[in-house]
Design a protein around this ligand. Sequence first.
Ligand code: 5GP
Length: 119
Amino acid sequence: MSYDPNNIFAKILRGEIPCKKAYEDDHTLAFHDIRPQAPIHILVIPKGPYVSWDDFSERAPDAEIAGFVRAVGKVARDAGLVAPGYRLLANVGAAGGQEVPHLHVHIFGGRGLGPMLAR
Ligand code: 5GP
């Protein structure tokens, strides 16, 4: 699947659509989900054009991968989620339920999150 530069997160990265920013550095942007599914629900995205975790893990340079992984940890830490605990989720492709074709890791927290998957 080739990268669609008109996806909604590409527009957020270009500043064409607003977001409630939580964190930004050279490689990464984090912002609050528009339809939060937990008291804290933050999306962390790389600034580079990667469709999914699969695309990113295959193509991204090591520096971008390291920067992104560190940023995900920092966002959760800064949100006060380490002590109570939190959940990371990256949906990949159709069966994974991915809606936006730009890699994003969901950070959920702020309450007990229950079972890992809907049963
Ligand atoms: P996915 O299903 O692709 O893993 O998750 C996409 C997420 O993006 C959803 O949780 C959805 O609420 C969020 N989302 C979609 N459009 C926007 C938007 O314009 N702004 C923000 N902040 N979140 C969005």
